[in-house]
Structure formats: structure tokens, C-alpha cells
Design a protein around this ligand. Sequence first.
Ligand code: B12
Ligand code: SF4
Ligand code: SF4
Length: 235
Amino acid sequence: MEITPNFDLLNSNGLNMQAVFNLSELPETMQAALAGQVAGFTNYSQLILIGHGGRGMWEALQASEFRAATDPIDCFSVDRVVQWLTKAVPELRYEIIYPNAQQVVPLQALGELAGWHHASPFRIGINQIWGSWFAYRVAVLADTGFMPTTSVALASPCHSCSDKPCLSGCPADALADSKLSLQRCLDYRLQEGSSCKKQCLSRLACPVATEHRYTLEQINYHYGRSLQSIEDYYR
Ligand code: B12
Ligand code: SF4
Ligand code: SF4
């Protein structure tokens, strides 16, 4: 019999987006993509995708023991998911496939299957509930026997957005063709005095779900980290 999972522990830590998939019911292309990345893929029956939407995760992280860790968000998220799994299904066999530096799990494609993701001009996924203020925190393979999630995908907010302020909001004109030129974006972010070193002005210009917009501290943290990766790459 399938178990209805209790996500309270995750929700109370701001890890408030959860989707359960039966691996055998994923589209073949997704099964192949995962099998190509994860050696133990065939050993499990379910994939659980966990994300955060809005500000709750950052607040819970700041109040936690991981606040000063080198990789605070990943350490915090994995810790809370392991706590939750241990409580929900004691002695469970599982494998955390994201975060994991050795493999690239197609998170946005999984998000699309979960009904979380629509493509936005600035390439970060968007939906009507959280706007673009959500991200993927943990993906885990397990034999949980949970009831799979039924995806209820609302329409993309971009379809009814006639002004598209994200397009004119980019100082680098990187969204000129309604789709992002990553190169223009990165070149601009790397410039001395760039206004996008620690934020994305296009993302901030989007009017969807602004009540869930991260605090400036969190925005600066994420963009500071991505700028660091970009600088390391070019070095
Ligand atoms: C690599 C990567 C990056 C690289 C891109 C490298 C490159 N192209 O040269 C860099 C470091 C620039 C980056 C930055 C950011 N990223 Co990023 N990134 C990823 C990552 C780890 C892998 C994507 C990948 O390689 N996929 C495989 C290829 C084959 O598929 P693809 O779809 O063609 O992938 C390309 C794009 O995804 C693109 N890309 C990746 N991230 C981003 C973000 C933006 C805004 C853009 C324009 C493009 C872009 O680069 C990939 C390789 O060419 C994913 C996580 C994941 N596992 O999917 C997160 C991910 C896509 N990033 C994410 C985010 C939020 C960001 C940042 C805003 C910072 C942050 N972490 O909060 C910044 C902002 C980007 C900017 N304006 O500079 C989120 C998006 C969440 C969502 N709601 O959809 C993801 C899903 C991570 C997560 N845990 O949720 N990222
Ligand atoms: S400003 Fe409009 S078009 Fe741009 S991401 Fe937001 S909803 Fe979509
Ligand atoms: S980070 Fe700046 S340059 Fe890049 S897309 Fe956003 S607004 Fe444009």
C-alpha cells in the first residue's frame, strides 16, 4: 500500500516544495538522462524532488547550526532531508543525487514534470505561486513507497504578461530577443562597477509573486556565489 508522506519537518525548515515520482513512470528521455548520470539509478523505485519557495528556507538556515558552513544551503538542506527521511521511513535505503558535484541532474526538467517550472526569458524557472523565487535543493532516490504526486501545472505567468518588464530591465540588453544571451549576461556581470554583480535586475523587475522575493541578503548571497563560479571559470 502506498504511504501518504508527511512533509511537516521539511515545511517547517522552508523546504516547502516536494514532488514524488515513480521512476518507471518518468518519460523515457528523463529515465535515460538520469541513468546516464547516476550509476545506482536502477536500484530504486522513486525519486523525491525537494525545493524551497520564498524566504522560509533562508530564515531557517540562519537560525541553524549551518549558518557559517562553507556551503551552508547544501549542508542545511541535506541535513534536514536526511532527518526527515530517517523519521518518515526508518532504515530506508536511499541515495542523494543532488547536490552532488559528480553529476548534473536535470533539475529544471524534473521541475517541469512536477508543475513547478516554466521557462522565463532570464532562464530561471517561474510559476504563478512563487514567481522566480524558488530553487531545487535536494533530489533523492529511494524505495519509499510514497504516493506519487499529481502535478497541477498552472499556466506560465509569462503568457499573460504583456509589458514584459524583465526584457527592458536588463542593463546589458542580454534579453533582447526574449531569450537570454548567457554570454552577454556574464560579460556584463564581470565588468568593473556592474550593477549585476550581486543581483539580476531583470529578475527583480518581474512583477510575479513579489511577496515571495528573497531578502536582499539572500539575493546577494546567491548572485555573489554564482559570480564567484563565473570568475573561477574564466580564471
Ligand atoms: C551550471 C549552472 C550555472 C552556471 C551556468 C554555466 C554556463 N552556462 O556556463 C552559472 C554559474 C552561471 C549559474 C548561475 C546561476 N544559476 Co545556475 N545552475 C547551473 C546548474 C548547476 C547546471 C545547469 C546545467 O549545466 N545543466 C545541464 C545542461 C546541459 O542543461 P541546460 O539546461 O542547457 O544548462 C544550461 C543552463 O541551465 C545554463 N544556466 C544554468 N544556470 C543558469 C541560470 C541562469 C539565470 C541562466 C541564464 C543560465 C543558467 O547553463 C547551463 C549550461 O550551459 C543548475 C542545476 C542543475 N543541476 O540543473 C543550476 C540552476 C539552473 N541555476 C539556478 C540559479 C538560481 C542560478 C543563479 C541565479 C544563482 C543561484 N544559484 O541562485 C545564477 C544566475 C545566473 C546569472 N545571471 O549569472 C537554478 C535555477 C532555479 C530555477 N528556479 O529554475 C538551478 C536549477 C539550480 C538550483 N539548485 O535550483 N548556474
Ligand atoms: S516580467 Fe513577465 S515575461 Fe518577464 S519573467 Fe516576469 S512574467 Fe515572465
Ligand atoms: S544578471 Fe544582469 S545582465 Fe544578466 S540577465 Fe540579469 S539583468 Fe541582465
